[in-house]
Write a protein that binds this ligand. Sequence first.
Ligand code: SAH
Length: 390
Amino acid sequence: MSNDKVKDSALFDKIVANISKNGPLSLDSYISHALGDPDYGYYHSRDPFGTSGDFITAPEISGLFGEMCGLYLAHIAELSGLREPAIFELGPGRASLILDMRHAWQQVMPTLVTAPLHLLETSPRLRCIQQDLLSGVNFFFHENLDHLPAQPIFAIANEFFDALPVSQAILRQNANDGGGIWRHRLVGLLNGQLGFIDGPPLSPEEVSDWALEILQTEETDPLPSSVINNHTIAEYCPLAVTYAGKIAHHLRAYGGACLIIDYGRDGQSGGSLQAVANHQPVDVFYQPGSADLSHWVDFSAIRRAAEGAGARLVGPITQGEFLRNIGIIQRSEALAKMADVETRRGLFAAVDRLVSNQHMGSAFKVALMLPPGAGLPPGFTTCSEGAALS
Ligand code: SAH
């Protein structure tokens, strides 16, 4: 047996022992174990990025992505007129994005390079990689968002929210009157294997937090009421709501902005939880700790959390639209003029991957969290504030 196999079955055994002792787990607790177990969790035991890992994120595709995000945040920082801001990144991965942003700031706004840098990262393995790559930089690691610095923050979260543990509920309809109740979907043991089992009904507060009344009544929602039927699955990411609320609270108190980029929708996506191991889709219970588990981000839940804490969320718009709005095509054409044929080809292929609808352009969305105010910031002028986007 390979070392990885031993580790994978070790986490399975640990989770099974936990369920046998304490009963079924909520889905988000199961995902927390699978991704974050200190010994065998997916993010703790491997580097998931790049061609040898399970996924390639936008900053890993091209340095141009980080450069454009850096130039954009510098412009927003300049417009805000705020002094002594801090920089904050949620889930820095291999630190490619922050390094590319700092490179851009060096040219246009060196004060952002010397500003203190705060990183939310829980994986010891990725912290080591980030520490090496950021040697000489004044930065601080955070385990959660409880100790943000008392100053304005300009923040970015790329493919962070999709990696947070999500919960699910399932609609069980009553055959007699068609009425139904939402039940938690828990993780239990079925013939010695991990599987979904029905849990208790959602409380009225949970139905409201998950916005399930909206799901059942709004025709314009990405999951319109016409497709709500027996066994429909709904998702809710408690940590996303907590983190969005904390950032919003901070922005309201001190000012700044937070750019959020992720695949998702402006509403529920239903059962979007997916598992990927070795570039292949696998069952969500496949060898816990060896597969990446992620879900489609519900930007409407992030907006509700932002508004609940007195801030606002502009967008989402598609990544393709956002990057075009902020000039990625013009920038790539300018770079291409100075490049040899092969580099130019690589550059245009990377831009296509980032903006075209066949690749990341439409599945990925971009939103900007801001302190309360009115009007649309640059980059989002094509969006109607709070418009639904599926
Ligand atoms: N932003 C990077 C990496 C995205 S992967 C990029 O675009 O390439 C998700 C990142 O979030 C990883 O760094 C992972 O370790 C971190 N992460 C995942 N769950 C987290 C949690 N609960 N708290 C803090 N960081 C987390």
